[in-house]
Design a protein around this ligand. Structure first.
Ligand code: ADP
Ligand code: F6P
Length: 334
């Protein structure tokens, strides 16, 4: 099962900092707990940075003791708060952030967040020389270098719980429902949710979609005796409003679709067991890598093994969507 790295300590780091950034995800808290306890166990002081890069650039740090991370392994959200900080895109502001870390004698930083946060992490270490390690914390599961991101499994299960309920109504009223899930530019949430809820169709940004194909598929499913109800899972895509536009197009074709936008419900809630184990393994491993002298990498998990992928790769490469999942959902309706 999960094998943790056994790297030798190779640095003189006495204090590290940890922060969460971008959209919160369930599992950030167990990751913070793991980073904190793994460092404290090796005699390293730990500072929590409040509100992501917004807190970093003003030195909003709180020293974390073991008790500060008690009873958070089961809690959604992030005790450190999270934020999106436009100012951090300015190199001068990142320089200032580096100076603040040096003033506090912080020898390394662990950033937990999505691809945007990890881009900021790469630029920070590249420009200031402060060692930085990234952890993939986002529900979107769109990060190269790890099979699952911290929070994805919980979001998947939250969406499923909601869709199972929507299906009851869809069946009772013999209607189809368009259910929009999050994921920004990626369809990773939609494709897995779609297969797991038995969706009639999955619509994702990575695969061209044709309205005629959807209408044809609904008509043939009815002709084959599958009834008039159904769930179509739609990935939100980069521009808001896609699902309502699609509903209008379907109405023009004589359908009466219901629309349900799941939204931020997918970001909250207690992390699943999978997310807690993943966050705990990656959190402890990030400290091991930092103390061994690594920087500018993201710690992930592939085939139950801990991996360290250059942050530059995370920025430049896209995690491919598995198109077979989208096809499978439709195949299982024939
Ligand atoms: P996520 O980390 O969940 O993908 P965002 O894309 O909103 O969320 O990024 C979170 C934060 O990371 C941004 O608000 C910003 O502070 C920082 N960030 C994102 N992109 C960059 C960039 N190109 N340069 C520097 N910092 C960035
Ligand atoms: O990146 C996580 C995510 O939840 C995306 O799936 C979604 O598009 C975005 O964040 C929503 O961001 P906000 O919370 O700023 O509305």
């Amino acid at each position: 099962m999960y094998r943790l790295p056994s790297l030798k300590k190779n640095t003189r780091i006495n204090a590290i900092a940890v922060m969460t950034s971008g959209g919160d995800s369930p599992g950030m808290n167990p990751a913070i707990r793991s980073v904190t306890r793994a460092a404290l166990n090796q005699g390293i002081r730990v500072f929590g940075i409040n509100r992501g890069y917004s807190g970093l650039i003003i030195g909003d740090f709180t020293e974390l003791k073991s008790g500060d991370v008690s009873n958070i392994v089961q809690r959604g959200g992030t005790i450190l708060k999270s934020d999106r900080c436009e100012a951090f895109k300015d190199p001068a502001v990142r320089h200032q952030a580096g100076e603040i870390l040096k003033e506090h004698h912080i020898g390394g930083l662990i950033v937990i967040g999505g691809d945007g946060s990890l881009t900021g992490a790469h630029l920070l270490t590249h420009e200031t020389g402060i060692p930085v390690i990234g952890l993939p914390g986002t529900i979107d599961n769109d990060i190269y270098g790890t099979e699952d991101t911290i929070g994805f499994d919980t979001a998947l299960n939250t969406a499923l719980e909601a869709i199972d309920k929507i299906r009851d109504t869809a069946i009772s009223h013999e209607r189809i429902f368009l259910v929009e899930v999050m994921g920004r530019n990626s369809g990773h949430i939609a494709s897995q949710v779609g297969v797991a809820c038995g969706a009639e169709m999955i619509i994702v940004p990575e695969i061209d979609f044709k309205l005629e194909a959807l209408c044809f598929s609904l008509a043939s499913q009815r002709a084959e005796g599958h009834g008039s109800s159904g769930i179509i899972v739609v990935a939100e895509g980069p521009k808001p409003g896609l699902t309502y536009r699609l509903a209008n197009q379907l109405e023009a074709q004589g359908e009466k679709p219901g629309v349900c936008i799941l939204g931020h419900i997918q970001r909250g809630g207690r992390p699943t067991g999978h997310d807690r184990v993943l966050a705990s393994c990656l959190g402890a491993a990030s400290v091991t890598y930092l103390l061994a002298g690594f920087t500018d990498v993201m710690i992930g998990m592939i085939d139950s093994k801990i991996t360290a992928t250059p942050l530059l790769d995370i920025m430049e490469k896209r995690k491919p969507l598995n198109p077979q999942l989208v096809e499978l959902a439709q195949l299982l309706h024939k």
